[in-house]
Write a protein that binds this ligand. Structure first.
Ligand SMILES: *Cc1c(COP(=O)(O)O)cnc(C)c1O
Length: 419
């Protein structure tokens, strides 16, 4: 039997990296395949090492909202490269990007650029603790906030798939201040505040959960969190690493009209380069060094290439405000196709997940009712028909502005044919 290039590369990679990958969900383990090795990508297409071309609905897990290899982003990066890859010092682009971010996220009165979503969230939580002088935090079952120690408790994403409730290597003490609540269940939050109110620095939430599959917030849920935290002098952190610049140019906070105290951004904000940001109220951010005593730093923070990519991506979104309505329309088409095939779908804007359970998926408990073997069958059907989606049940399907009407129609036809 012929061995494909992806299989050959995977065999090699296994000798160098755990599971052959640099991030666990890439390993395709939960769908029983070997991972594809990607050679190149353009627009809504991704091409593997064997030259197979797929319509891509992973979009690098969100950053590629404009599609792959977007021309203005590529040229901004190329231009910046000629002036040096990193300075480890201040440069003007940082101010432009901060200004752009704040213009769309007015709640981020002051902000810091960092290099990954994990770092942004970890730093926001540290700022919240520093500002309030409290240690405990509340997170929701099934929400994923990156892989920092204190947040690896009932995370979603790769953790759910591999059924690791917590990670090994995280000492108990690191998570003992992390309290767990149920998504879309305000009473679970009220109970924690009744017990620990004065000790809770913050509530951190994905304003639309997308790492246990897509689970939109129920009516009143986010407002409830806003009210409860305000009443207890606790801070509300929106982890908008996925939703920022996706649900709307101003993220979930604009989309739902709820103002958090702190926000973490990642993915789209870097235009495909490693860049993320956290920020919020002036008085909180003034606690961060060198102004205040909350330490946070980074050799490559505000990297000029990444800043150039982020600026180009956001500028394009500003110039094409119609993108968001178009993304919605495309995703609704796919949602309808999936429903007509009898599938259970959750959708929020251009984020969507098909679940294999009869239950309405509202939280972690209902998400894990989904039959992951059936998801694997669905994934395999799609990939064999030229459609690349998340190789795990507990992820989102990402639609981009580059998805052409023809490709959306072709995708819908294939999904409708699923039995
Ligand atoms: C992806 C993600 C993170 C982590 O970002 P990385 O850049 O992978 O470290 C954090 N929070 C949410 C909601 C995410 O989707």
């Amino acid at each position: 039997m012929n061995i494909s290039s992806s299989e050959r590369l995977y065999e090699k990679a296994l000798g160098f990296m755990p599971g052959g990958v640099n991030s666990p969900v890439r390993a395709f383990r939960s769908v029983g395949r070997t991972p594809l090795f990607i050679d190149r990508a353009y627009g809504d297409r991704i091409i593997d090492a064997d030259g197979n071309e797929f319509i891509d609905y992973v979009c690098s897990w969100g950053p590629d909202i404009l599609g792959h290899a977007y021309p203005t982003i590529i040229s901004a990066v190329q231009k910046q490269c000629e002036s040096g890859l990193t300075f480890g010092a201040c440069h003007e682009g940082e101010i432009h990007l901060a200004e752009k971010i704040r213009s769309h996220f007015p709640s981020m009165e002051m902000l810091r650029l960092v290099s990954s979503g994990t770092e942004a969230v970890m730093s926001a939580v540290r700022a919240a603790r520093g500002f309030t002088g409290r240690d405990r935090i509340v997170k929701f079952e099934g929400c994923y906030h990156g892989h920092s120690d204190g947040l690896l408790v009932k995370g979603g994403s790769g953790l759910l798939t591999n059924a690791i409730p917590d990670s090994a290597g995280v000492p108990r003490g690191y998570t003992e201040n992390t309290l767990l609540a149920k998504y879309n269940d305000l009473s679970s939050v009220e109970q924690l505040f009744e017990r620990f109110g004065g000790d809770i620095a913050c509530v951190i939430v994905e304003p639309c959960a997308a790492n246990m599959g897509v689970v939109p917030p129920a009516e009143g849920f986010l407002q409830g969190l806003r009210d409860i935290t305000a009443r207890h002098g606790s801070l509300l952190i929106f982890d908008e690493v996925i939703t920022g610049f996706r649900l709307s140019i101003g993220g979930a906070q604009q989309y739902y009209g709820i103002t958090p105290d702190l926000t973490a951004l990642g993915k789209i904000v870097g235009g495909g380069m490693p860049l993320a940001a956290y920020g919020g109220r002036h008085d909180i951010m003034e606690c961060v060094a060198p102004l205040g005593s909350v330490y946070q730093a980074g050799t490559l923070s505000g990297n000029p290439i990444a800043v150039a990519a982020g600026l180009a991506a956001i500028s394009e979104l500003e110039h094409r405000p119609e993108i968001y309505a178009e993304l919605d329309k495309k995703t609704v088409q796919i949602e309808s196709a999936a429903r007509s095939a009898g599938l259970n779908v959750n959708r929020c804007g251009s984020l969507m997940t098909v679940f294999f359970t009869d239950k309405k998926v509202m939280n972690y408990d209902s998400a894990v009712c989904s039959d992951t073997q059936k998801y694997a069958d669905y994934f395999n059907y799609l990939i064999e028909n030229g459609i690349y989606t998340a190789p795990s049940q507990f992820e989102a399907m990402f639609v981009s502005a580059a998805h052409s009407d023809e490709d959306i129609a072709a995708t819908c036809d294939i999904i409708r044919g699923y039995k």
